[in-house]
Design a protein around this ligand. Structure first.
Ligand code: SF4
Length: 303
């Protein structure tokens, strides 16, 4: 299994990577082969050359060929070691890496050579940095835009208690500012760890809209962790209350037996039904389905 699943996002592991022990009865709708193709080799070589990570390749995301063909990719910046202990996420925890000052330029170079039209930039949570990595996000967004003219979507950690961090990322004027809610308030601490706070997630999304109403805000939940339908609907209502525009709903998959168990695999019809309810609540765009991940159809959703 990949060592680099998704940071601050829906659990980017594929059904093929779910531990047999962890999930012995994978439902039929989650049995899907990861597509292969030449563009993967090209992308892999380029990423190696430029010492970059994408969530798409490292996690062997089942949607990646679709995303590449739509000229979308998700880059992971600020290293691959996280300072939070989220129970659903297999990103390594421990000693974080030095911020690489040339990373914004390498990211811009890769985006240009891949001909990307929509670039998603995400990171691990860096509580060890005074600004949580906000300045680095700022520099990455500017570098990509200047070099490629691509639309940029940031998928950030919560920057909990870091003065000026949200403001700094907003100042780079990304087209989309995504911060994932991940789960309902009742399960928040259990799923995201003691440091994470549901109210702060809402506050971040509210603050982004307040600072720049032209930026589309986005959030996502992974389902199947034991949340109740009404709790999901209440959470979606909270997101609409803070002006959240775009929503993703996807199935949680357990990366290993050490991670939180899947309580339930939601059938596709239930995702359809929740997606419909979300659209009725006023989300401008909703992606809801077992395979949906934070960046799924990101370009389409942002347009
Ligand atoms: S903050 Fe949580 S979800 Fe994000 S990378 Fe760290 S452990 Fe994973």
């Amino acid at each position: 299994m990949s060592q680099l699943p998704a940071p601050v996002s829906l659990p980017i592991i594929t059904p093929e990577e779910v531990s047999r022990e962890a999930a012995p009865r994978l439902p039929r709708w989650l049995k899907r082969n990861v597509p292969k193709g030449n563009s993967n080799h090209f992308t892999a070589n380029l990423l190696e050359e430029l010492r970059l990570e994408t969530v798409c390749d490292n996690a062997k995301c089942p949607n990646r060929m679709e995303c590449y063909s739509q000229k979308t990719a998700t880059f992971m910046i600020l290293g691959n070691v996280c300072t939070r202990p989220c129970g659903f996420c297999a990103v390594a925890k421990g000693k974080t890496q030095q911020v690489e000052l040339d990373e914004p330029d390498r990211l811009a170079e890769a985006s240009a050579r891949l001909g990307l039209a929509h670039v998603v930039i995400t990171s691990v949570t860096r509580d060890d940095l005074d600004d949580g990595g906000a300045e680095h996000f700022y520099r990455c967004v500017l570098a990509v835009r200047e070099r490629t003219g691509a639309a940029v979507e940031v998928l950030t950690p919560d920057f909990l208690g870091k003065p000026g961090a949200i403001e700094r990322v907003v100042a780079s004027r990304p087209e989309v500012f995504n911060h994932n809610t991940e789960t309902v308030p009742r399960l928040y601490r259990e799923v995201r760890g003691r440091k994470s706070d549901y109210r702060w997630t809402l506050e971040l999304l509210r603050r982004v809209k307040e600072l720049d109403p032209t930026i589309k805000t986005k959030s996502g939940l992974m389902l199947g962790l034991g949340e109740l339908r009404d709790e999901v609907l209440d959470t979606l209502a909270d997101l609409r209350d803070v002006g959240c525009d775009l929503l993703t709903l996807g199935q949680y998959l357990q990366p290993s037996p050490e991670h939180l168990p899947v309580v339930r695999y939601l059938p596709p019809e239930e995702f359809d039904e929740l997606g419909l309810a979300a659209r009725r609540m006023g989300f401008a765009q909703v992606a809801s389905g077992p395979f949906v991940r934070s960046s799924y159809h990101a370009r389409e959703m942002a347009e």
